[in-house]
Each structure stands twice: as structure tokens, then as C-alpha cells.
Write a protein that binds this ligand. Structure first.
Ligand code: ATP
Length: 315
């Protein structure tokens, strides 16, 4: 029996996008040679500071924005091929909805635009799935921001797409709603759908995705499995016996971490055990006596700050 591996859900090489200014006066380079490989069936998160190029990237792989250079393959084909497009569910960052319509009519139109037959029963089920069954008789114009997002998600799910590209899917959705959306996304991934998520909410990305890429200034700085990236940026919590010289420890990279009652508790960042032991040796050579050591691991925020640097990057 031969097992055929599906093509990567997304494959991008040397992707560049320069937004031209009016009258040919130079331009702004939003993507500066991006390479990315998104395996089929993965739950992939794209994170990075404001203006990093995340939305430009998504629009390029969907054929909405024409790249200045580079190659893009989506589900093994061209993003401009209607047959490929029909297999993608997309939730844009800014969703334009017809305010005077009701949601079933909107979903019927989305289905037709995707070249599918409008299936009223299936659409009602989708609206129920995203928690909108009580709102089907209301005009979309009266929906809250969270309800609009839910409707956008229902539209993205039409036709059982193989790839879901979601730009800030939980924007405006309350915590309980986020939980529901996360459950829906996890169900889709379990079915074998590839999820490509762009979210400002790192906790959201962390809970849903198994791989992430960090984009900054139009380039991918880091990419990989979430657990591997977190391991690489490992943080350790250490406790020294009372009387340790705080200033000496600070100069060796130990940051006070405990509350006032927890004297002697510090964190230290060390990529591997050799680096950790070198830091501990330095601490001991300055008279500090280790009493406790615990791995904290890095959360996604720490990984992002480690890659991009500085505060104010949690975008
Ligand atoms: N249509 C456009 N014309 C000119 N410049 C643009 C256009 N769209 C985006 N840019 C610029 O390209 C860069 C990348 O923007 P993009 O929206 O892709 O970033 P982003 O990572 O999605 O940001 P955010 O997290 O703030 O949504 C920014 O400097 C932005 O100002």
C-alpha cells in the first residue's frame, strides 16, 4: 500500500511585498523575503509586533494582495486557482458585513461565491455551532462585535475547508465565547483541517496552536513547534539560602522573583543545562548557596520577547 503524504498547507519562499507610494516615490517593504512551511493538519500561529507584516502575509497567500517577489503554494496549488480558493475558509481582520441582511442570507451568498450550493439546513447548523441560533431573524447591522466575529467564523467554515485562515478570530468575543471558538477550532484540527491563526492574544495562540512563527519587520525570526521554542527559552526559578548577595547575583543574570516573604528567590534564563550550571557556578563563587531549583519553561510571551526584544511587542 502506498501512503501519499498531502502537500504542505502553505509553502512560501522568498516572499516580498512592497507597497508602492503614489507617483512612484519609493515604497514600503512590508515583507522582506519570507520563507514559511505550514505542514498539512497543523495548527499554526503567526505572531509578531504591530506592523510586522502578518496581515500582508495572509493576504498574499490568499491571492488578495499580489506579492512583489517570491513563490506561494497553497494546498499544493496556486492561491489564484478558484478550485484551491474554494478549499480555504478565511476570516479577515476587518469583516465587512451587509447590515440590512440576516445571517442565513449572508451565508447563502458566501456559499455561492465559493461556487457551492447554498444549503439552508447546513447553514443553520453552522449558525448554531457558533452560538448564533437565537439571532438568525435579526438584521446583521444590530449584531455586537462578538456576534459579527461569530458570523465571520461561520462563513469561514462553509463548505468544510481544508485550510482555515483566521485573522484575529476572537477579536471582540467575551471569555466564554472565546472558549467556544477555541473548542470549534480544536474540533476542526482534530478532523484534519489545517489552521493558520493570526492573533494578538498569545494565550489564545498558545492554547490552540502546536507550531508558531514569529514575524518582525517582514521577516520570520523564529519558527517551530511551540514546545521546542518554549524549551529553547527556558526559565529557571532558583532559591538561595538567606544572606546571598543580591547585587552580585543580579550582575550574573539572576532576577529577584519572589514576594517580600520569599527572600532569596530568583529567576534566571538559560537556553540549556550547561548555561544554567555556568550561571549557578558563578552564583556559588560569589557565596550564594542553592537550596531549590525548578524549571519554569518559557511562555509564548517570553519566546516572543526573546526573539523580538523589549517591551510592547505582545502583538
Ligand atoms: N495598503 C497598504 N499600503 C501601504 N502600506 C501598507 C498597506 N497595508 C499595510 N501597510 C504597511 O505594511 C506594514 C505591515 O502591515 P500589516 O498590516 O501587514 O502588519 P500586521 O503585522 O498585520 O500589523 P497589526 O498587528 O498591527 O495588524 C505596516 O508598516 C503597514 O503600515
Amino acid at each position: 500500500m502506498t501512503v501519499t503524504t498531502p502537500p504542505p498547507a502553505l509553502e512560501v519562499q522568498g516572499l516580498r511585498k512592497t507597497y508602492r507610494r503614489a507617483f512612484g516615490r519609493g515604497g514600503h517593504e512590508a515583507l522582506r523575503g519570507m520563507d514559511l512551511h505550514v505542514p498539512a493538519g497543523s495548527a499554526f500561529g503567526l505572531i509578531g509586533p504591530n506592523g510586522a507584516g502578518k496581515t500582508t502575509f495572509i493576504k498574499s497567500v490568499l491571492g488578495i494582495v499580489r506579492p512583489s517577489a517570491g513563490t506561494v503554494r497553497v494546498l499544493g496549488g496556486s492561491p489564484e486557482d478558484p478550485a484551491i480558493r474554494a478549499r480555504i475558509g478565511y476570516l479577515p481582520e476587518r469583516l465587512h458585513l451587509p447590515g440590512t441582511w440576516k445571517s442565513p442570507a449572508f451565508l447563502a451568498t458566501v456559499a455561492r461565491l465559493k461556487g457551492l450550493k447554498a444549503d439552508a439546513g447546513a447553514h443553520l447548523k453552522l449558525l448554531e455551532r457558533v452560538g448564533l441560533s437565537d439571532a438568525v431573524d435579526r438584521r446583521i447591522g444590530g449584531y455586537s462585535k462578538g456576534m459579527r466575529q461569530r458570523l465571520g467564523l461561520a462563513a469561514a467554515l462553509i463548505g468544510d475547508p481544508a485550510l482555515l485562515v483566521l485573522d484575529e478570530p476572537t477579536d471582540g468575543i467575551d471569555p466564554m465565547g472565546r472558549l467556544e471558538v477555541r473548542r470549534i477550532l480544536q474540533e476542526e484540527v482534530k478532523k484534519g483541517v489545517t489552521l493558520f491563526l493570526n492573533s494578538h492574544l498569545l494565550a489564545e495562540t498558545e492554547r490552540v496552536c502546536d507550531r508558531v512563527a514569529i514575524l518582525a519587520d517582514g521577516r520570520v525570526l523564529r519558527e517551530g513547534r511551540l514546545d521546542e521554542l518554549a524549551k529553547a527559552g527556558a526559565r529557571w526559578r532558583v532559591r538561595f539560602a538567606p544572606g546571598a548577595d543580591a547585587a552580585a547575583l543580579a550582575s550574573e543574570g539572576f532576577v529577584p522573583a519572589g514576594s517580600a516573604r520569599e527572600e532569596g528567590v530568583y529567576t534566571v534564563d538559560a537556553a540549556d543545562v550547561a548555561v544554567l550550571n555556568a550561571a549557578l557556578d558563578k552564583a556559588r563563587s560569589r557565596g550564594a548557596l542553592l537550596t531549590e531549583l525548578k524549571r519554569e519553561g518559557a511562555d509564548l510571551e517570553a519566546v516572543l520577547v526573546g526573539a523580538v526584544g523589549g517591551p510592547g511587542v505582545a502583538a
